[in-house]
Ligand binder design. Sequence first.
Ligand code: ADP
Ligand code: MG
Length: 599
Amino acid sequence: MAATINILPSNVVDKIAAGEVVGRPASVVKELIENAIDAQSTSISIIIKDGGTSLIQVVDDGTGMSAEDARVAFERHATSKIRSYEDLESLHTLGFRGEALASIAAVSQVELRTRLRAESVGTKVRVNGGEVSKAEPEAVAVGTNISVRNLFFNTPARRNFLKSAQTEYKHIVETVQRAALASPTVAFTFISNGEQIFLLPSGTLEKRATDLLGEQVASRLIHVAEKIGYVEIGGFLGKPDFARKGRTEQYLFLNGRPIVNRNINHAVFQGYENMLEKGSFPIFVLFLTIDPHMVDVNVHPSKMEVKFDDESAMHRFVFTAVRNTLAAHDLIPSAATRESASEEADFRISTRPGVSAHRVTNWREFLQSHPDRLFSPSGDLPERARTSPAETARDTILPELRNLPEPQYAKAKLWQVHNKYIVVPTSEGLMIVDQHAAHERVLYERAEVRFHAGEHQTQQLLFPQSVDMTAADVALIHELLPHLEALGFGVKVFGKTTVIIDGVPTDVKPGNEGTILQDVVNLYKADEQEANLEPRERLAKSYSCKAAIKAGIPLKPDEMESLLDQLFQTELPYTCPHGRPVIINLSLSELDRRFGRTP
Ligand code: ADP
Ligand code: MG
């Protein structure tokens, strides 16, 4: 029997197509909010019942629609936002596909009330499973009020796919939060089952972030602002010591549109380098602005995915912006407990992105010129930072040198305790440095420099050593040879299971020349977690860990001095390459508080 080909009737097509746009109640909420934003609303209310399954209503005070448009809007491919494909290249609205209302209406019961500002009376239109009623005049407020009832009432398969009302509710909250962060100047009200969940007045991004994420999070955000050519990045990064176990609270926007993009997420994550502990993820609220010509937003009907013309340039840009911002903020973990953390926000702008603020050769000088940099805002803020957040926002990150009393540390003696930690009195309290982690940081950055500079700093061994290894290790060494040489190793592969070492990096302690290479290789292999890193990066980590002084090694005063000098010349002195802290600060006021000296 020959198959017969049918052209599907449009109501069937619409129902099928609806699946792509309207996956769940949250996607309806997203589309309706986008329409309200595109209509230049200043205030948007979202009202839902039962996780959006029985009701989703969005009320805006935007432009509204004429009686004719109110009906046409429900037709597939009906849009007022573009006229030609080329218009996509200069898109300034969130919508453009003209299918959200058609898709939503195909699988629910919709009531639309709308009024243009210039009209004295508005319009009401009802749509039931795609059947559009005629437009009736109705006395309504300026703007648009659309309610979507009984979602998927006519597509039982999809209705059965819905999760519990609680789960759908959570997705809607996420969606509203994203939209509200994207448009801080628009007021949002969100009501679920008659209960007001948020009421967000119009305001700045700072205010919106505080309202939505809470004081706790907002006070640990730092401002990002960089622009290169046709791309710009703005928004906030969470401090590394406030990272989360999951990827929640990562908000990314492109030209005002919430998007998901693994490439950018990865760039941000990499920008934190190794300031994060394993398994934790930074909080961020980032806005990318890019010439619409350089990006394709028409990748998927949900419009959440985008494709950049030059993905790797975007990656580099975001990575560099994040890294520079973090480096410019000197993020030191403070010993102060979370509870005692300062409430003041730290919306400071890095005015000198890319410039490492602490290029000095002597750690005492460094601390003398930047005493307040020792304390992160989650510990004690120095006097100058106790200004209003707005004022702080305009502040440079490098406070001027003031007339300070001669600080303690200018002549302070260093102490080593338990052959492990170096204790340093400072003008504001004391600083404890982990000697191994500090040296690891120094060697790690030095390794990176060597990889880039390509000059080999080797100490030639008077008596080259022959070392026996497994065939697999020798093969690995063979593979890593160029990188090992850049680090300063002189290695020759000699047969399947033997290598000859005739030089080691200048940092290697005398006595360790024969074992260091095997140690580095062992750690390189063992660190499975790092398996997705570039070999060079992974090698830098294992090398710096193995070549660094260990805990348990006594240090002479001049060795401690020199270690601190080197530490404060690094770009990120406050964490080791594995993300553990290098320095912990205890401020006097924290000590006073613990001793019960302050009220
Ligand atoms: P798109 O947003 O892609 O254009 P939609 O199906 O979401 O497609 O909406 C169709 C059209 O209906 C829009 O282009 C717009 O003209 C109109 N419209 C939808 N919602 C609103 C609203 N809240 N206020 C004013 N006009 C709206
Ligand atoms: Mg739309």
